[in-house]
Write a protein that binds this ligand. Sequence first.
Ligand code: AHG
Ligand code: MN
Ligand code: MN
Length: 338
Amino acid sequence: MISHSDTSIVTIDRFIIEQEAQFPEATGELSGILYDLAVAAKMISSKVRRAGLIDILGAAGSENVQGEHQQKLDVIANAIIIKAMDHGGRLCAMASEEEEGIIAIPPQFKCGKYVLLFDPLDGSSNIDVNVPVGTIFSVLRRVTPGTGHGATADVLQAGMKQVAAGYVIYGSSTMLVYSTGHGVHGFTLDPSIGEFLLSHPDIRTPELGKYLSVNDSYERDWSEPVRALMRYYRGLDGNREPMNVRYVGSLVADFHRNLLGGGVFVYPSNTQSPSGKLRLLYECNPLAFIAEQAGGAASDGKRRLLDVVPAELHQRSPLFLGSKIDVETAARMLLTDR
Ligand code: AHG
Ligand code: MN
Ligand code: MN
């Protein structure tokens, strides 16, 4: 990794170029995807920042035409990403949590060798109460031959095939965190100049976490091994210091805190949701990739999450994500959970 001094100002664009230059075989296409995603992130950030004002400004007719002010922000974020990404000639297909099927590249644009999967607005129900939300993305290389439109096989790949993944958190500041398989790097948006600046180079996550993120209102519906795991995390079985419970209800926000401070995000299956809630392709896989790149781990409770071969676009998965030792303990304690 290129070394910058603590006080160097490095924009995300420059960082991407410098990283690419380390790989002579790189064609620049992946870099182009990352630039375009950073632009989409800035556009979504500006919408999110005005979220509480949309009704007022929309009603005054000052901003939106065609009733756009009635659109929900996750629909707006979805449209922004598609518009920012569909014409670069680098993607052959996209898929979004907000769309039922594969999003085709419009016929007037060239297709490329990558696939983009995304959750345009994660934690969107938190918008109404001014709590952080995010965007999650995953980039895969196409596996079908040719240069035409991508197919299902290009989209349904195991998470270990990701060539890049990341997220944007719209919190007290907006940050973009990504990895291309060479460490995890975080950039903070300076709104006064509209640039993402390198603020968190080479993020590493502690091996043992101090935070536990779980919605334990589902306890009634958990299996006995999951309940035992939660007793362990809380220090109730005497085998561990109790973790601090922190649950925002935006996966991105919970994950980001745990990545920096150490912790585990847990969304097990329960009798009401036998595969949990979170989506393998748009939520679990990209964050699992980031976690592993930062020295953490991710499991679906049975196996390494990145090894799971998806069968369908909107497949859900149980999720145990974050500090390595805590995720490994989950996998061990859930061995009997079959
Ligand atoms: P989304 O807004 O993209 O549908 O995601 C919501 C997800 C995730 O962000 C969060 O961790 C989880 O739903 C919360 O679910 P519960 O309310 O069941 O805890
Ligand atoms: Mn989500
Ligand atoms: Mn969403």
